[in-house]
Design a protein around this ligand. Sequence first.
Ligand code: DAK
Length: 258
Amino acid sequence: MNYENIIVATHGKVGLITLHRPEVLNALNDGLIDDLGAALRLFEADENIGCIVVTGSEKAFAAGADIAAMVNWDYMEVYKTNFITRNWDCIAQCRKPVIAAVAGFALGGGCELAMTCDMIYAADTAKFGQPEVKLGILPGAGGTQRLPRAVGKAKAMDLCLSARLMDAEEAERCGLVARIIPAAKLLEETLAAAATIANFSLPMLMMIKESVNRAWESSLHEGLLFERRTIHAAFAMDDRKEGMAAFLQKRKPVFKNR
Ligand code: DAK
């Protein structure tokens, strides 16, 4: 596939998507989100891919939705074209693990895009924020919902209402970011972590992802029930038998994704 706004590569079992609109700090327009959706669907369908990394440039993961594209739009236009929403949920719907590797700015829709991934690995240069209020709008692609779930109400209110930016250290401290990595090593270390993940049993990765997401989307009781049913089901898997047998036989497991 040829894409205009992203660069796609594979590294063994890891799919890498690099947002690529350098002249506008990877500002998100429909074209980019459509490209991202198409690439994710191909990786999702590819049995050889076990984990996906989404990244940007050294300067910006993404500086938000494309303000130049939005400036003259009116309500009917965004409503009828389903602006951004059309492919926006492509990451959330992906069943394989998706890591956002963020260097530089992740602002507005860029921060929302990173939060839609399963986890964020941040370069020490990363800056997160929901500065939409400066433009006279509100975070509109999940920011008012995912940010408080990730960092708590107080900090989410502070970020959304004041438009201030948060650095990588603060983002890790408050739970938005899973790891901080020196900028020069961000991609290398993220790809290595993604490779470790991708070598585990794919159906088990999908079950774990589904179960952890339940913690966000249901009560504790419902989440625990879902987890219990899932671990019972895991006992039907060849990979579960293989993983345990390999441990006892002191050898590496050979997972068959079954
Ligand atoms: N859109 C368009 N162009 C952008 C951009 C953006 N978000 N961010 C940067 N650029 C462009 C700049 O205009 C500039 O272009 P030229 O002047 O060179 O032609 C180029 O990228 C380099 O930017 P700067 O010269 O400004 O670079 P600096 O290092 O000085 O500053 C910055 C970097 C990131 C602090 C600054 O560029 C900035 O403040 N950018 C805007 C950040 C922002 O406000 N982001 C929030 C955008 S609103 C929706 C869902 C979601 C959304 C909306 C609707 N629905 C479902 C309906 C989301 C909205 C947003 O994200």
